[in-house]
Structure formats: C-alpha cells, structure tokens
Design a protein around this ligand. Sequence first.
Ligand code: PLP
Length: 388
Amino acid sequence: MIYLDNSATTRQYDEVNSAMLSAMTDTFGNPSSLHRLGLKSEKAVKSARADIAAAIGCTPAEVIFTACGTESDNTVLFGTARAKRRIGKRIITTKVEHPAILEPCKRLESEGFEVVYLDVDSEGFVSADAVAGALTEDTILVSIMAVNNESGCIMPIEEIGRKIAEYNKAHGTGILFHSDMVQSFGKVRFNMSLVDMASFSAHKIHGPKGIGALYVKKGVNIEPFLLGGGQEGHFRSGTENVPSIIGFGTAARLSNERFDERVAAMRSAKERLLSGLSEKIGNIRINTPNHDSVCSVLNVSFIGTRGEVILHTLEQSEIYVSTGSACSSNHSSKGGSHVLRAMGLSPKEIEGAIRFSFSEFNTLEEMDAVIDAAAAAVEKFRKLGSFR
Ligand code: PLP
C-alpha cells in the first residue's frame, strides 16, 4: 500500500497506539476525581499538555483541549462573536478556508455579522496588505489558515500578525488574530506571539482522530463554547478524553523531536513525485506553488481527465490519494473545489485535480511507483476520452 492522503488523516504512530492502550487500561480515572486514580489521569493530561505546548511553541496554560480541529475553529468564531458583538460585527477571513471556518462564518452572517472573504492570487496566497487594507475599527476578528489543505500554500501569517498588531496600536482596537494551523502543525513553525488563537488537530500528526487543541494566548478572552463542569479552566467543559489526549501528546512529542528529519523526508518525496510527474505526463498544471508551500502537499491537475477516475484507478494498485480535501468532499463538490476555484482554475483544471499528501513514511521508491501508475492511469483515461 502507498498512502498519499496524509492531509486527510495519518496513520497513528505505534507509540501512540501503545500509549493509548495503556491509558485505557491503567489510566482510566477521571482527572477531576480527588483520589489517586484521578490524580494519575490528571498528571497524564498535564504531561500531554506540556508536550503539545512545546510542539506549538507556547506555554501549557495556553493549550485548551477540544474534540477536533473543527471544534477549535467553531469555538473561535462563535466565542469571539459573543464576547465582542457590542464592539463590532466585522470578521475578516479568506475564500479558501476549511468549511470548519466558512460554515460558522455563514451562520454568523445570518445572525447579522459582516464577513469579508478575501481573495487569493492564482498561486493561492492571500496578501498581508489585503488583510491590512480590510481592517476597520469595528473589526473583531481576522481568521486566516496557516497552510491551505488543498494547495499547500503557506500563508504569510507572521506578516499578517504584525500588521494587525500595528493597526491595533495605531487605532486603539483589539482585533483578534486566529489561524487554523491544522495543516501546518508538525511541518511549519510560527512565532506564536504574533497570533492570538490557533487551531490544531491530532489526527494530522499521527495522533488519534477526535481530539484537537486550541491555543489561546495569555490574556485573550473569548466566550467558552461548551458550558458545564468547568474543565479546561472553565474554557471547555466536559470530562477530558484522557486516552486521546495522551495519544495526542505522544504524537506531538515524537513529531516535534524529529521535526527536521520528518520535514526533509516529506520534502524529498514531494520533489521526486513532482519532477517525475512533470517529466512523464504532458498537459498538467501544478497547483502547489514552488515557493512557500508545505512539504506535505502536492496538488496536480491532469487536464483532460477526471480526478475521481484517476483516484479509483490508482486505488486498484493500492495507491491512496485524494481529489481535494476529504473534509469538504461532501460539501463543496458542486462546482468542484472552492479553493481551486478561488485560485482561478478552469473547470477542466479543477475536474482533473489530484492532491498527493505525504508523511515521513513515504519513500522515493514509492514515488517512482506512483509516477508510473499515474502516467498509465492518465494515458488510459485520455485514450478513452470522456465517457460521460
Ligand atoms: N482545518 C483544516 C485546514 C483541515 O484540513 C481540517 C481537516 O481536514 C480541519 C480544520 C478539521 O479538523 P478535524 O478533522 O480535526 O475536525
């Protein structure tokens, strides 16, 4: 099997599996319980929080556990809207965000908020100047993803953070800056002091599904999304998912410890695939920019084919890829990927798009096999022509 759908989800590290298994058998106490078993779970959660904080580049007190990246994103949008609706109702984001941002934005629009969806250029980048130009005194939040899950673009997060801070200083405003860092985590490091809030998810870094985190910078206040027993410093009630938190902590620690070698392995797999596909297959469009793009994503349009058919053809050789984002495939299929559309791709280019996404486990030999299989699949499809 050659797994190239790591932006959708990753295989859990073996160490994550064994840490979670022992958490389920031995560390089953409720972290809020006062007895020894509770204390043991509380300590395990504390240690995972420290590992995740180290990987993010913040303090443990700034990490809040959530059920997923989606919950982290929703918490930011609804929590900021509730906390600041008397100050202003304007939110700035981009057209290429994940549905976990775009859907809450739509809901907020229906509740009377104004949402500005900034354009991206043909390579997929939003400009920091465009963000700065959209700021007004009634803006309460800017939310811009760090790495796009389809194109792999690394957005100019630090520059945007600096511009928002300058605006706040000059105008006496308190515009908050959030970044969805689900796809950048473990692959790109940012100076977190330039960001007020950020979303993370364990299953993109070889941790378990259904556990996420939200970084909330010290001093930043938004309304909690879930109310109840007051866990997570009253910010996110609900008994902690201890086994998943331990799994997340283990994945964060391992991926952080081997950050450079992991990134190098992904980058060389990506470069090998890129050069092989470009050499062997004509009439393709590389949708991932050749600068400022993440090591883990390569998006390619095989013009004159249908991505979905190529995907299923590759699947027959046990090669697993994606036509776009797995999370939005139910969602934005009408008219194709909203990200590629925003980049100005033609319907034919969108239709033939495949996203290859890498992990440190991918090898160069695998890439050579994928190049051959993709060339054969594309040739077969182009010969048969469109049979719709
Ligand atoms: N944000 C981005 C950029 C993503 O790629 C994803 C998942 O693909 C999410 C948010 C949602 O994360 P989760 O699956 O943990 O809800």
